[in-house]
Structures are given as C-alpha cells and as structure tokens.
Design a binder for this molecule. Structure first.
Ligand code: ATP
Length: 513
C-alpha cells in the first residue's frame, strides 16, 4: 500500500475510534485545529505523563511550572517574536494556494537526496555482499552529479535564509523550476514575510483595550519566571524548569493532519547552566531525549538527528530529533542551545536584574539555557503511525491492530463476560471494581467475544480478560494478549501484579533511568 494511503487510513481510524476529530466537526471543521476524543485524550495524557515524569520525577534538579497563555505584550518584543517570528510565504496565482518558500526549497533538496539514495539502493542490490557504499558514493557519475546540485542548492538556500533575502528565495524557486503541486505551474507571486503570532485584545472598552498575543511557544513563560522559581525553590545551577501547555501559530500551510496545527501543545524544558558549559549540556540532552524516544521500542532506525545549519536568532547550536512518518523523516522535537539571549533580553526590557549568584565562584552571571521542546500532537501522530497495522491472520481475515506501547494505551484492560447472563456480568463487574483503581479498564458485554476483541485491538488495548462459566468455580479468567493473540488462564488474584509490570508507566520510566 502506498504510504499516502496508509496515512489516510490512519487519519480515518483516528476519527472512527474516538482518537481525533476535526474541530467544530458539525460545522465542517476549522483549518488545522483538532479535538481529541475519548481515546485520544487518554493517549495524549499518557504521553504527557511519560514526558512530565521523565523530567520532573527522574531529575532532582528539574521542577515544573504552569504559566498563563496570555503574557505581557513586551515579552514578545523582548523575545524577538514581534520582529522576527516570520515565515517566508509565496502564492501560486493559478491554484491560489499558499506555500512556505523555505519548505518548497527544502523539498527540492530532499528530492536530490532521494535520487542519490535510490542510486545507492539499486547498486547495493546489484552488487550484493561485495558492495562498497562509500566508494560508490565517491565515484559514481550520477551520484556525484546529484550531490553537486544538492550542495550548490543547499548553499544558495542557506545564504538566502541567513540574509532573509526574499528576492533570492523566489529566484531559487524559479531557477529550480519548482512547480505548484496543485496547478503544476510556475506562476508564482513574490515572497513575503508573514508573522505567525495570533493577536487579540485585552480590556473591556475599545479605548482601554491593548493588543496581546496568544503565545507561540511556552518557553517565554519559563524565562519570565526564572527568578521566581530559582529564588523560591532555592535552585542551584544547573537546574531545569519543565512546562506543558498550549501554543498558537498562524501557520501558512496547515496540512498533514495534526502534524502542523494552529493550536497545539508543547512540552518544553529550559535547563539553566553556567556559561561555557552549554555545549556539553546540549550534547548530553540530545542523548537523553533520544533515549526517551527509543525506550518506546519503535526501532532505533526510525530516528535521526538533524543538526541545524541556519540557527535561530537566539541559538548557538540546534538539532532536531526526526522520526520516520509515512510522509518521510519529520521533526518531532527540537533541542536548542539558546545562549543567555532570552534572559538578557528580558533583563533589558523589564529593567530587572536577572542573574544567578554562584556561591562557588562568588560571582553573578546570566545563565545559559538548553531547551528541549517537543510537540505533544506530533508525538501523538508518531505513536499512532508507528502502531497502526493491518495484520493478515492465518485464517485469511485481516485485523486492524494498534500496537501501542502498553504504558501509553488509552485502555489497559478490557473486561468481557462471555455471555450476558448466568452471573457472568456480575462477576466481571466485581473484577472491574477492584482493578479500576489501578488501571484504566473497560467493561463490554455487547456482541460476540471475537468482535469485542477486534474493537479492543483497534484502540490498542494490550490485554482483554474473559469471564466464563469456569470463572465462577475456579476464580480464574482468560487473559488475551493483543499482539500475539495468545490466551492463558490466570487466577483473578494475580491479575493486578501481573498487569502492573506489563502496562505501567513505571516500567517504561525504568528503561530510561
Ligand atoms: P517546524 O519547522 O516544523 O515549523 P519549528 O522548528 O518551528 O517546527 P519549534 O519552534 O522548534 O518548531 O517548536 C518545537 C516543537 O513544537 C516542534 O518540534 C514540534 O513538535 C512542535 N510544533 C511546532 N509547530 C507546530 C505546529 N504548528 N503544530 C504542531 N506541533 C508543532
């Protein structure tokens, strides 16, 4: 099946099984805004818990924060967002579609890279075990030609972005003969800057109202609270502040479902360090964050770092963790060395002294910052995409199964009486009333047992237990494993400890400790 079709299926699965709905669905939705349904909210909460606990529970020197979405408007002047949080946009006059000029060029660079990869894959197949990839890349004519084109384009693009030369960005699009995917034409407008922040007004009268912004990142809430937390928590450097919350960006191109939204959620941690140590911490946070992703068991080959060449105005190093989605490797998380830019700017604009007194060296300085910033929704999407499978069974049937990591699954255990009579529902409820304090359980008695198993497979429930007539005699139930579909008889008394090991967040967290 083409990857595009797989993605479409995942999107409709998300709707059909109560994970993600378009916002205001009965009014035909609102572009790039989505609601999380009964199963989606559980999965999302579990992802947030996994992140929160990995930060705040597992690190003695990281504490949490929940700052307001509305902030003093000067915050966004100081941070540079009012002047520089722009994307270069371009319109195609024929299709009337709007694109990000930088993304069009990056996709063109990726096309050259794909071409090279295809040549390498073809040769690897032809030469088998004797294939020397490094030598092939260094000598093959077609590869060298594509590589040279890619490098030249990349250099030109980086220069244009660093200088924010909008005419040059347009010229690159024309020279590379990039066409609009909808109209197929090269009838492009000029490239313009577009600020991504949403504005609104605070205050009840028109005269007294002032413009404020919906935060485009949660990080600034942490920076403006640095002094509060450091002083009241008596925090010593290095220390971190973690926060989960909504962010808003008026994205130019909002496609790919919950990958690029206008309202989304971020999990950000700002780690304050002594100046001069920041690049070591940057390296170490890259590894810590990669390990967090890898512990989910989605295969290490599906992750890669993408080190930035064009750095944001505040950074002295930056890298993304990318994950293989059905539409290619895409950024899920950014790790940035933000220098002391934000704290210094806030000191300047607020007139406050925002520093740290180092008791070891008896000096005061503005801390440097390493940021780890991950989108909850993108993480959700990567979990969904990796877990969705249409499995062919031995009996010729196909089942849709969500192989979610058990600790993230919305429902951990489905409790199913074999029939709706003979005291089985009562016994099943007895078990439910005990286990519901430990796990998210679901009780279901409608339809055949086979159909009920399929419904649980489709929402990723790792275990089902069936209560049958023998249960009333031997106090045992049948435990069915979602992935292997194997069934075993287990005593009701042992269920809690048996499942705790398999489905709890604690087991997952222990993997990264
Ligand atoms: P992109 O280049 O894809 O626009 P970005 O580099 O602007 O992303 P950051 O500002 O580094 O993103 O934000 C940190 C994280 O927040 C991203 O890695 C991503 O997971 C998430 N994120 C950013 N923008 C969006 C969005 N519009 N929708 C959903 N998640 C987002």
């Amino acid at each position: 099946m083409a990857q595009e079709d797989v993605f479409k299926k995942i999107v409709s699965h998300c709707k059909e099984y109560g994970f993600v709905f378009p916002s205001s669905d009965i009014y035909d939705g609102l572009g790039a805004v989505y609601d999380y349904g009964q199963n989606g909210v559980e999965l999302k909460n579990n992802i947030k818990q996994y992140w929160w606990k990995s930060m705040v529970l597992l690190h003695e020197n990281i504490v949490g924060l929940d700052a307001a979405i509305f902030m003093h408007p000067t915050v966004w002047k100081a941070s540079g967002h009012v002047d520089a949080f722009n994307d270069p946009l371009i319109d195609n006059r024929d299709s009337k579609k709007r694109y990000r000029a930088d993304v069009l060029i990056e996709e063109q660079i990726a096309k050259y890279e794909e071409k090279i990869d295809k040549e390498v894959a073809k040769a690897a197949k032809r030469f088998g075990d004797n294939f020397d990839e490094a030598q092939f890349r260094a000598t093959n004519g077609r590869v060298l030609e594509a590589q040279a084109k890619r490098d030249a384009l990349h250099q030109r693009y980086s220069d244009a972005m660093n200088a924010m030369d909008l005419d040059e960005l347009k010229q690159i699009i024309l020279d590379e003969e990039i066409v609009c995917p909808i109209s197929g034409t090269r009838n492009w407008t000029d490239v313009r800057q577009f600020n991504l922040m949403f504005k609104t007004e605070v205050g009840s009268t028109a005269e007294g109202a002032s413009t404020i912004y919906l935060r485009p990142e949660t990080a600034q809430g942490i920076f403006v609270n640095y002094l509060n937390v450091q002083k009241t928590g008596r925090m010593k450097l290095p220390f971190g502040i973690a926060q989960i919350g909504k962010a808003f960006r008026n994205e130019i191109v909002a496609r790919q479902f919950i990958f690029r939204m206008r309202e989304f959620e971020q999990m950000e941690m700002q780690f304050f360090v002594k100046p001069g140590t920041e690049l070591d911490w940057f390296k170490s946070w890259k590894q810590t964050r990669l390990a967090w992703h890898q512990a989910l068991g989605f295969g290490n080959e599906n992750y890669r770092f993408h080190d930035h060449e064009k750095l944001a105005h505040y950074a002295n190093a930056a890298s993304d963790i990318e994950f293989r989605l059905p539409f290619g490797f895409k950024e899920i998380e950014g790790i940035h060395s933000r220098t002391n830019y934000d704290l210094s700017q806030h000191a300047k604009f607020s007139g406050r002294k925002i520093e740290y007194f180092d008791p070891e060296t008896n000096e005061s300085y503005t801390p440097y910052v390493i940021e780890t910033s991950i989108g909850v929704d993108r993480m959700f999407l990567s979990v969904m995409c990796h877990s969705y499978e249409e499995e062919k069974l031995d009996n010729g049937e196909t089942r849709v199964v969500l192989r979610l990591p058990a600790a993230l699954a919305p429902v951990k255990l489905a409790i199913l009486p074999l029939v709706k009579k003979d005291g089985l529902p009562e016994k099943a409820h007895e078990i439910l009333n005990d286990l519901k304090f430990h796990f998210n359980c679901k009780y279901e008695e409608k339809d055949s047992i086979g159909k009920r198993y399929r419904r649980q497979d489709a929402i990723g429930t790792p275990y089902c237990i069936t209560v049958d007539h023998d249960t009333l005699k031997d106090n045992c139930v049948t435990l069915r494993d979602r992935d292997t579909m194997k069934q075993e008889r287990v005593p009701i008394d042992s269920l809690c400890s048996l499942l705790e090991d398999k489905v709890s967040l604690t087991s997952l967290l222990k993997k990264i400790q």
